[in-house]
Design a protein around this ligand. Structure first.
Ligand code: SAM
Length: 239
């Protein structure tokens, strides 16, 4: 899968791309990431990419020309079909279902805004997907793009050491519930014991405990997730 990141702050990405799972995925050529500076498509001596808003008001708006021309040029850089995604607070709220949907794509162009955001004609001309990572305002789309990549990379086959961990993760397509409580050594810490069943080696019983624990945690913390799930929870697979 290829990600093209379109940004005014390309220097924000190398540190992130060089870390852990993502770095490994890039090294193994399971994932490819290219970072492009929108300013390279700006016109004029000063390479301006923004201007004051028509109608007045605070801040600066990203001009349509460098943004649209940057997207069009980057689309031509690879033969794979690309889906253009603009990170914007007004977009569809990102979640695991959208991550799964996007993970089927061969290539995503992630367009990061800054300042007061994009001139509306960027949306009118490019007709992109619009994606928000939540109901709050970030300073720029770069962190939102990292969130999207982070969630998608886990779904690319071969990236996780154990494909099973995807399936038991919270929100995963297996059951859309919260994951069960996890424990590791020691067996007892400050008077808190690991549940006996997890030490038993009895895998059917462990699977049943995890299913019930997952349901209970979801009921307590995220009742909204149980809509449509409560009648037919999928047992956790511990094989
Ligand atoms: N004036 C804009 C508004 O009220 O919708 C906010 C602009 S924000 C300061 C600058 C950029 O950060 C946006 O263009 C977008 O790319 C990014 N951004 C901010 N919040 C975001 C969010 N919740 N999800 C995705 N991107 C976000």
């Amino acid at each position: 899968m290829r990600f093209d990141l379109l940004t005014l702050f390309p220097e924000m990405f190398p540190g992130y791309l060089g870390q852990s799972l993502l770095n490994l995925a890039i090294e193994r050529q399971l994932v490819e990431v290219a970072v492009h500076n929108i300013r390279d498509w700006a016109r004029g001596k000063h390479k301006n990419v923004d201007d004051r808003p028509y109608g007045g008001g605070p801040g600066m708006v990203l001009s349509p020309e460098p943004v649209v021309e940057c997207v069009e040029a980057v689309q031509q850089m690879d033969s794979r079909p690309s889906r253009v995604v603009v990170l914007t607070p007004g977009g569809r709220r990102f979640d695991q279902r959208i991550a799964e949907e996007y993970s089927e794509e061969q290539r995503l162009l992630l367009l990061c805004g800054r300042y007061e955001g994009f001139d509306q004609r960027v949306f009118d001309i490019l007709q992109p997907d619009e994606l928000s990572i939540g109901d709050f305002i970030l300073n720029g789309g770069e962190v939102a793009a990292m969130v999207v990549i982070d969630a998608l990379v886990r779904l690319v086959p071969g990236v996780l050491g154990d494909e099973q961990s995807n399936k038991q993760d919270s929100f995963s397509s297996e059951n859309r519930l919260l994951e069960f409580a996890q424990y590791t050594r020691p067996r007892e810490y400050r008077g808190h014991q690991v549940p006996e069943v997890l030490l038993s080696g009895n895998h059917p019983e462990i699977a049943e405990w995890r299913t019930q624990n997952s349901l209970e945690r979801t009921r307590q913390r995220r009742r909204d997730l149980l809509d449509g799930n409560e009648q037919s929870p999928q047992p956790a697979d511990n094989s």
